[in-house]
Design a protein around this ligand. Structure first.
Ligand SMILES: *Cc1c(COP(=O)(O)O)cnc(C)c1O
Length: 501
């Protein structure tokens, strides 16, 4: 199979080269090197593909204002203060055809040839086409498991085709690695191109961004600074940047307060801003969508449910699916569901008020987020609000919410079937449960729940739940440990009680 697809790949690559007049003689090529070089055609021709920053509102309105920036510039916002977007040269990419891209991406999965074994860099031409392989800072991110939630789907929801994309099975335990490898790689390149231009990289974080930033920066020997809301992140999240040698500022505010401060600091110093306002990260995150398509042999799922806080990830998934559709790798889009915690639900509130996506922007207002177990999405003023609204509108999406009890119960119930979910994944699972109950999502719909972090990062809330120590929560699926004396009778009693022997 593999030989077959590689052969057709090589011939299509050669054909493409010839038709573009790019055939080159490689002096030291043996047959093997030549065939692997054929796979690498676009990479040796980095200038064939290119990407640049454009104002997001150009993307939104399908226009070209002419305002563009090189990815090598330190710029986060358009002239009028709006968001930027990384725009790829779709015409250049489309010269290679869908078979070429599918085969190329599939052939690279898990290989050891730097940097293509990474789930992000296996799609390098669609991510940062111009960067040299030597500048890439990668930890083999991506390629995460697509878990078939067979038992949970069947028992809890009457579903037969339910999957959980385990994006938290990653170096620092969250999907943030997917974006951070791209951002830190680009910073690494800029620091080499323009020495002195970037002294350090900084971010405000609800925990996972700072863990990813500090790890990738440490690997590349780039100083990092993280702004964290004091006492609002898990211990596992806090200890990661500490261990990786970042400057950790614990600030007595919430995420939105940290965000305001870092924006001011990065505006006045050569410190590079690593928050998801920075559109480079979304380029890495979008590869998780492409990976899902690959894992289904390029079949498009009906639904993809994504927990949303700052709302960058919803847009990133949309962008990944959209590029695959635009370039003909698939023929349709899945419907996206953004799942928010009820305590931090500005997008849901607007969706609810507008009774759908029409007029959602007009009804939108930032809010002060309340404490939630899903602490990574405790955000009341999401930076990517416009990106998310555009994404949802274009794929007939939905916004749903989950209360604290609903999200903890959903996570615990799914854990009982072999998962180990973080509270954010609980939000997505609870949203799914509601949409199933209303039969918006059908029993046979192929549905993917995006798990955003590893459950082991959030043991404190799980321990509280299972010991029934959450105020005003019945903790229906708690499974507290049973204390017994060192005594056979006591042990036998405990076993008999549990299994009704
Ligand atoms: C960052 C994060 C989110 C939210 O992603 P946004 O792009 O901010 O919407 C969700 N879950 C976890 C675990 C995260 O770290």
């Amino acid at each position: 199979m593999k030989t077959l697809s590689q052969t057709s790949l090589q011939s299509s690559a050669r054909q493409a080269m010839r038709s573009r007049g790019m055939m080159r003689v490689c002096a030291k090529a043996t047959a093997d090197i030549r065939s692997s070089a054929a796979l690498r055609v676009p990479l040796d021709k980095a200038h064939t593909f290119n990407a640049k920053f454009v104002p997001f509102k150009d993307v939104q309105s399908h226009t070209a204002s002419g305002e563009t920036y090189s990815l090598d510039e330190v710029v986060y916002r358009s002239k009028d203060g709006g968001l930027l977007d990384v725009q790829h040269d779709i015409k250049a990419l489309s010269a290679y055809g869908p078979d070429y891209w599918r085969a190329l991406f599939d052939a690279r999965v898990g290989t050891t040839s730097w940097p293509f074994g990474s789930g992000v860099w296996s799609k390098k031409e669609w991510v940062l086409p111009g960067i040299s392989d030597d500048d890439i800072v990668s930890m083999f991110e991506g390629n995460s498991n697509l878990f078939w939630a067979e038992r949970f789907g069947r028992e809890a929801l009457g579903m037969s085709d339910l999957w959980v994309k385990q994006c938290g099975n990653s170096h620092t335990g969250s999907f943030k690695d997917l974006g951070m490898t791209v951002l830190v790689s680009q910073v690494n390149r800029i620091r080499k191109l323009k020495p002195g231009s970037i002294t350090a990289v900084g971010c405000a974080s609800t925990g996972d961004t700072s863990a990813a930033l500090s790890a990738y920066c440490a690997a590349a020997d780039i100083p990092s600074i993280v702004f964290l809301p004091a006492d609002k992140i898990s211990l596992a999240q806090l200890v990661q940047p500490i261990a990786n040698g970042a400057l950790v500022l614990s600030i007595d505010t919430d995420f939105d307060g940290c965000m305001r401060l870092i924006k001011q600091v990065t505006a006045e110093t050569p410190i590079y801003l690593a928050n998801s306002m920075n559109s480079l990260r979304l380029e890495g995150q979008k590869t998780a969508a492409i990976e899902i398509l690959q894992q289904f042999d390029w079949q498009v799922p009906d639904w993809v449910i994504i927990p949303g806080g700052n709302l960058g990830n919803v847009y990133a998934f949309y962008k990944g699916f959209k590029m695959c559709k635009e370039l003909g790798l698939v023929d349709k889009m899945p419907r996206l569901v953004c799942a928010q915690a009820q305590n931090a639900n500005p997008l849901y509130a607007a969706f609810h008020k507008a009774q759908g996506l029409e007029g959602i922007k007009e009804g939108y207002a930032p809010m002060k987020a309340k404490t939630t177990f899903a602490s990574a999405i405790q955000i009341g003023d999401p930076v990517s609000i416009d990106r998310a609204i555009m994404a949802l509108k274009d794929c007939n999406g939905i916004v749903e919410e989950a209360s604290e009890e609903e999200l903890m119960d959903a996570a615990a119930r799914a854990d009982r079937t072999g998962m180990f979910n973080c509270p954010h994944t609980g939000v997505a699972l609870a949203a799914l449960t509601k949409l199933r109950e209303r039969n918006v999502i059908g029993p046979k719909d192929r549905t993917v729940v995006v798990s955003t972090a590893h459950g082991l990062k959030f043991t404190q809330s799980k321990v509280a739940y299972h010991s029934k120590q959450v105020p005003n929560m019945s903790c229906s699926f708690a499974n507290p440990p049973v204390q017994v004396r060192e005594d056979l009778g006591a042990v036998m009693d405990a076993i008999k009680t549990k299994f009704s022997l």
